[in-house]
Design a protein. Structure first.
Length: 133
């Protein structure tokens, strides 16, 4: 399945809704869109990965490259709605310590506003719940 990307805006934050697989043949479109936003200056992005079933090493590398480019431009990139497999991938690669991860869109948006209270995704709680299932 090809990667489909829809971009929408909420409170000045661009939200990328991905559907499909984030793999070697699909990541260039993501990089190009992020490069364009970085060129505009200080991008604030959320990658909604709810409908991403699979991320390979190239897809993971693209996420890191996008994060780095956005941070260097003075912006921010957050991840939203990762499935169990993709959370495990981030934990295994220790990228869960780099990316801010959220399971609620409003909380992800709020994280860009310093005066708002936020509830971050709790990976340890997620692991505990998975062990119970």
């Amino acid at each position: 399945m090809n990667l489909e990307i829809q971009v929408r805006e909420r409170e000045g934050i661009r939200i990328f809704d991905f559907e499909g697989r984030l793999t070697v043949g699909e990541v260039e479109a993501v990089r190009e869109r992020v490069r364009a936003l970085v060129a505009e200056g200080r991008p604030r992005l959320i990658f909604n990965l709810r409908e991403v079933q699979y991320i390979d090493s190239t897809g993971l590398g693209a996420l890191v490259m996008c994060y780095t480019a956005v941070e260097k431009a003075g912006g921010g990139l957050k991840l939203l709605h990762l499935n169990r497999r993709n959370i495990e991938l981030l934990v295994l690669t220790k990228l869960s310590t780099v990316f801010e991860i959220f399971d609620d869109e409003q909380q992800a948006v709020n994280s860009f506003f310093p005066n708002r209270e936020i509830r971050r995704f709790d990976i340890l709680e997620f692991v505990r719940r998975q062990g119970e299932e």
